[in-house]
Design a protein around this ligand. Structure first.
Ligand code: ACO
Length: 436
């Protein structure tokens, strides 16, 4: 951390002593005011629910400029990565800080590929779930359960354990998601095929059956790979912060990632792609494009509690760069599958156009986020709606683990322990039950 020459001074209107606070500069983005000693100096905490103005850590992984609509992984713009690299190169970049050269890429791909199978016992564990269980309920359980199967990579303080846990998680997530899917539809699990690419292997495990040959479509493979790249990391979002907080207690990496999966499930976060597609279905059922006006009216009426899902973002106050790339992929996939006239895609385009011109959305800087189009792409590929968030979790695993390992390797890391403003009852005495 580079200290700035400028210092912040906190003064009190009751004449209390001023407190001088150091300011640090990052390579880009807002400076931070260091308040770590504030409590010791003043006996006060800061108050920032939702972390609107709080940097919870130092990080060198992902940078977002929400006003410009810019997303960089380790300095590289997401547009360049999505166009010039594949997902495993992106994983290498996020984990180790640099894009691999050819030799490194081959070595990394082999390493991940060698860990794609899961312990055979996992399928018996999976069998305990109801067939109609939500895939995210299954994933939370399966990812947490990995710690019961891979005892040689559960010590978060051991760098070798952290490294192998990272590879195992990246390699096994597609296998687990595909197993969860096959289980819910009653088909046999397909084992990983290591001559396929990461995305191709996932498509194979999802859609192949033992009865016939399955040919991976290069367009769908590329589309899925792009979905993985776009979702790979997004700095200190809710699920990543959950992983960091969970991991800060020293728990094992599988347990920390399971916490991230659980957080991602929520409709305000990863569950938004599922919610966005369900919203499009609802508008479609109600009458399609002609009903957009009515729907937008409902969204603007605060008492309705209806939101335009796939719109708005805590950080982006401009078009989410991932949404642009996703829209491009969406057109490519629908073209490949002969679905150019897909009514849901048309509805999404019309909805987006109207929302982008509406004063409500313009004044609040609400733009489409990545989830607005990713649901349409996944549905076109044949992925069932309830599985969307599990695919997001698959892709985000590398970001979670890179952030977790960065935190553990940081000499300044401490267990995360926020404080509170207590608003409850002052101290009182328990009354005998007859007097309460
Ligand atoms: N539809 C309608 N109004 C919205 C929407 C939306 N999608 N998003 C924000 N607003 C309104 C809010 O009601 C608020 O209005 P007000 O100022 O009149 O009270 C204003 O815009 C600011 O919104 P906040 O809720 O304060 O923004 P916040 O940063 O807390 O929330 C969030 C961001 C949760 C993403 C929100 O925009 C939302 O719920 N969007 C829909 C769900 C979604 O698409 N989530 C995906 C996020 S991306 C991801 O996880 C990959």
């Amino acid at each position: 951390m580079k200290a700035s020459d400028t210092k912040a001074t906190l003064s009190f209107s009751n004449g209390g002593q001023n407190v001088e606070l150091p300011i640090y500069k990052g390579t880009m983005g807002p400076d931070v005011i260091d308040i770590r000693k504030l409590y010791a100096q003043t006996g006060m905490f800061t108050y920032d629910p939702g972390f609107m103005s709080t940097a919870s850590c130092e990080s060198a992984i992902t940078y977002i400029d929400g006003d410009k609509g810019e997303l960089l992984y380790r300095g590289y713009p997401i547009e360049q990565l999505a166009t010039n690299c594949d997902f495993l190169e992106t994983c290498h970049l996020l984990l180790y800080g640099e894009l691999p050269n050819e030799g490194e890429k081959a070595g990394f791909t082999k390493l991940v590929t060698n860990h794609t199978m899961v312990n055979e016992q996992m399928q018996f564990f999976l069998r305990g779930f109801r067939r109609d269980a939500h895939p995210m309920a299954i994933m939370t359980g399966l990812v947490g359960a990995l710690s019961a199967f891979y005892h040689d990579s559960t010590d978060i303080n051991n760098p070798k354990h952290r490294e192998i846990a990272a590879i195992r998680l990246i390699a096994k997530m597609p296998t687990l998601v595909a197993m969860a899917y096959k289980y819910t539809i009653g088909q046999p699990y397909m084992y990983p095929k290591n001559n396929l690419s990461y995305a191709g292997n996932f498509l194979h495990m999802m859609f192949a059956t033992p009865c016939e040959e399955y040919k991976v479509s290069p367009v769908l493979e590329r589309a899925l790979d792009r979905i993985f790249i776009l979702h790979a990391d997004h700095e200190q979002n809710a699920s990543t912060s959950t992983v960091r907080l969970c991991g800060s207690s020293g728990t094992n990496p599988f347990a920390a990632i399971a916490a991230g999966v659980a957080c991602l499930w929520g409709p305000a976060h990863g569950g938004a792609n599922e919610a966005a597609l369900n919203m499009l279905y609802d508008i479609q059922k109600a009458g399609g494009v002609d009903k957009i006006g009515e729907f937008i009216k409902q969204v603007k009426d605060k008492s309705s509690n209806v939101k335009l899902m796939g719109f708005g973002h805590r950080v982006y106050k401009n078009y989410d760069p991932r949404a642009k790339l996703m829209q491009e992929t969406c057109k490519e996939v629908l073209g490949e599958l002969g679905l150019e006239n897909d009514p849901l895609f048309k509805l999404a385009m019309a909805l987006e156009k109207i929302a982008l011109e509406d004063e409500y959305f313009v004044s609040r800087k609400l733009y489409p986020n990545v989830d607005f189009y990713s649901g349409i792409v996944q549905r076109a590929i044949g992925i069932p709606v309830p599985l969307f968030t599990a695919i997001f979790a698959l892709a985000r695993t590398v970001g979670w683990i890179a952030q977790l390992n960065e935190m553990i390797g940081d000499p300044e890391y401490k267990i995360g322990r926020p404080r509170q403003l207590f608003e409850g009852s002052p101290k009182r005495d328990v009354q005998p039950i007859g007097k309460r």
